[in-house]
Design a protein around this ligand. Structure first.
Ligand code: ACO
Length: 428
């Protein structure tokens, strides 16, 4: 059976044989389909890139129908092993294999060496109003780092790239915690490098008078797991932004700031906050049937349910649900969790949701956990961006070292006016 596709152009009767590779055709092979020699040739129209693969990637695999998510071939539930750490998973995403002990120690040490930010960053943050959104501060501060490390623009040198990877993974928690402390008017807490990645972050966020924030192992573990679950998700909106920006060979600070900006939108990283607003609005378990009725009548959406790719239980949501129980055991039960559980129970037995394959996604329980841990709602997108930095950087490396990639430059179908005649303003 030939691995080709035959296209017949009914305008000319001509036939074209297009090769298939990995179950896809190359969009540029369509260009040979033309009526006249001076035409550009056939192009494909795909708003929102719904059916276009823009990369050959070896980082993350998703099977949305079966509810499978793997980083470098490792299923996400295995990476959520009780002994796993976020930095190990970041290493896996960036290097392709899990580190052995010596590789891990070296990796962790290099990241720890880069957790401090330049002292001028404190002055930079002081320029923001007390009520500035933490994600706005986070994005701008990351972008500002390109001015501190001008050598970072030398992106084709592997050793330069590796240095920026250490710096970015090391500094994102510090930048995030400093943004939070600024909004609270609290003094900045410097990194404590004998703590774990997540332990250090929690200490920089919440330490007050004591010499060190009293870390609860369950909460530290919960944050580690949430960071692992959010570390990558292949070609989503922000990763596509990262690749597109990086394709111009700009420095990675500018590219990560752009990816984080894409993540901030309510259709992407903002859904967990929307879930909490919805649970607050419902108020009690007794009001769940009314909400479900409204959803089924098309009056509103059940936030934290459904996914463009997963048409089965989001594998991340499965891990997070177990985590929620552990966190609430430590923090005390929260009425919103009962409402969430009831919503899930009712939806899992209702034809409306079953027919449409609507299951809880990663955001259904993550916001509840973050809130129970003491993070403010507007900080949730920052908590998404911190771990996703490793994923963005893995895609950045893959993008700029792939010989098949070029600067991203899609085409358009132009439907506007042509060849109009200029009339001076006085005569318009
Ligand atoms: N509540 C109720 N109905 C829903 C929901 C929902 N959350 N999601 C989809 N549907 C229904 C739609 O009304 C539609 O029904 P219809 O066929 O009768 O018209 C059907 O399911 C298909 O919906 P689409 O909008 O076509 O699905 P799409 O794949 O485009 O949307 C999305 C996916 C945006 C995630 C959607 O499910 C949604 O809005 N969910 C709520 C927001 C949310 O939780 N987002 C977080 C996603 S996870 C993440 O980004 C990290």
């Amino acid at each position: 059976m030939p691995e080709t596709l035959t296209i017949t152009d009914n305008r000319t009767g001509k036939k074209y044989e297009i090769p298939l590779e990995h179950g896809a055709i190359k969009a540029t092979d369509l260009r040979q389909v033309e009526v006249k020699d001076d035409e550009f040739g056939l192009t494909s129209y795909d708003p929102a890139l719904m059916n276009t693969a823009t990369v050959k990637s070896r980082i993350t695999f998703i099977d949305g129908e079966k509810g499978v998510l793997e980083y470098r071939g490792y299923p996400i539930d295995q990476l959520a092993d009780p002994t796993s750490s976020y930095l190990e998973v970041a290493y896996l995403l960036l290097h392709g294999d899990l580190p052995n002990q010596a590789q891990f120690e070296g990796w962790r040490q290099n990241i720890r060496l880069h957790t401090y930010v330049h002292e001028n960053i404190k002055k930079f943050l002081e320029g923001f109003r007390y009520d500035a959104h933490p994600m706005g501060m986070f994005i701008s501060t990351i972008a500002a780092h390109s001015t501190f490390y001008p050598e970072a623009k030398d992106v084709m040198r592997p050793e330069v790239r590796l240095k920026q990877i250490y710096r970015l993974i090391g500094k994102v928690t510090t930048i995030a915690a400093f943004a939070y402390r600024h909004s609270k008017g609290l003094p900045y807490v410097y990194p404590q490098n004998d703590l774990s990645y997540c332990g250090n972050f929690l200490n920089m966020m919440f330490k007050t008078g004591e010499s060190r924030h009293a870390l609860h192992p369950t909460l530290e573990r919960a944050l580690t797991l949430l960071f692992i679950l959010h570390a990558d998700h292949e070609q989503n909106c922000s990763t596509n932004a990262m690749r597109s920006i990086a394709s111009s060979h700009v420095d990675p600070y500018s590219a990560v700031a752009g990816a984080a900006a894409a993540l901030w939108g309510p259709l992407h990283g903002g859904a967990n906050e929307a879930v909490l607003h919805m649970l607050e609005e419902i108020g009690s378990v007794e009001k769940v049937p009314q909400l479900i009725k409204d959803v089924k009548e098309g009056k509103r959406r059940l936030m934290g349910f459904g996914h463009r790719i997963y048409k089965n239980y989001d594998p991340r949501a499965k891990v997070i649900k177990g985590l929620a129980d552990e966190v609430f055991e430590v923090r005390g039960k929260n009425a919103k969790l009962d409402i969430a559980l009831e919503l899930e129970r009712v939806a899992s037995e209702d034809d409306y949701f079953l027919k449409r394959k609507l299951y809880p996604n990663v955001d259904f329980y993550s916001g509840l956990i973050y809130e129970a841990m003491g993070f403010p709602l507007d900080f949730f997108p920052v908590l998404f961006a911190i771990p996703r930095t490793a994923g963005w950087l893995a895609h950045w490396q893959e993008q700029i070292t792939d010989p098949e990639q070029k600067i991203v430059r899609p085409r358009q179908i132009y439907l506007g006016e042509r060849r109009r005649t200029w009339v001076p303003i006085a005569r318009r």
